[in-house]
Design a protein around this ligand. Sequence first.
Ligand code: GLU
Ligand code: MG
Length: 436
Amino acid sequence: MKREELILACTSDIAGKVRGKSFPATQLEKRLKRGIGWTPTNVQITCFDNIAETPFGSFGDLVLIPDESAVMRLPEAGGPDEVSMLGDIRYTDGKPWEFCTRSILRDALARLKKVSGLTLNGTFEHEFQIRFEEARAGTAFSSSGFREWRAFGETLIAAMRDNGIAPDTFLREFGPGQFEVTMDPTTGVAIADQAVILRELVHAIAARFDKTATFVPIRGPDTVGNGVHVHMSLIDAGGNPATHDADGQHEMSQHAGQFVAGILKYLDAFTALCAPSVVSYLRLTPHRWSAAFNNLGFRDREAAVRICPVSDMSDIARARQFHFEFRAADAAASPYLLLAALVHAGAQGIEEKLDAPVAVQQDLSLLSPEDLAASGHKRLPKTLEQALDAFAASETVRGWFPDSFADIYVKHKLGEATMVAGLEPEEQCRRYEEVY
Ligand code: GLU
Ligand code: MG
């Protein structure tokens, strides 16, 4: 039968899910101007598709305006390409809607620029797993694991490149059927757009190989997690690296030290935006190479913020390689909200002129509660509930977002949590695995 190309205009919402409406490709010009109708209450559709408590009810009209700079295109044999365009949610008069995740990130990046003159250069490192596969021992990081999945990996890398994402590495990670994929950094909302597009590509390409991928934070209480590590550096107005200072604390520039200090100071109050699912807290536990404390680590893969290694053999200058990564996030988080929180925390640290943190080179989980307190470090929230309480209680962190955003977010997450309340952790993971 004949087919006519449809384009999906979509948003990556509070739940980190991509939702939208499609229109015939012939309407593109019109839709780029006036968008496609959208409804405020959609913001309260949780990852499980129940609607959390909403102040909007059946009222209000919004438009979702597709953005030509955020397109995902996937060729399909025998049919039109699959085309999706991420967009912004606006009021019908064109004003950005307060709960549009992309607009929230744009505001955060503008604040950083305003307080420091600096631009964030960043990229998301993702891990994911393939479901319904029998775990074969001896395949972690192995050549046989690579060989088995090479065609999938090569298809993914080609699709990333075709979609304007510069691939960096693809590897068979440690966990059963687990992979990691990294890409080069970029700037602006594209940092998060690319994370969204990457996840969509992984899901779509896995399906072409008759496989099912999941970015679930963790598949069970006793397994490794799937992390999202956010790599960040700062660049000045001239495009020069501004993260490195050979004489600075751990070689961090003053602005970088303040930025990282801001992240650590406010981390417990915004953990709910980085690790936003009930099962995220099974992952944020010691000895999983995720993060369990609000610490800076020098090349330590269990620190919330890690100063990443630089290579003396590279032809890229040390200052340009130098960067840090945030490890306490997962893919249940909206990439826009997660990054907005990090950028606001960093900008706040710069505004408050915080002292650069001292990197910890020890396993904080071995300290007694007294020694931990004396070290100045804190365990991150241990449950989503604790994280939401900390978010709601911090006037500063709530203030980074539009009025009533925190209220909407907390209600959304509580509505999501009711869907897995009372289930065993294994079953909770399974439910989340289905939707991410
Ligand atoms: N799987 C780990 C996590 O949950 C990360 C492992 C790594 O260092 O890549 O964050
Ligand atoms: Mg990894």
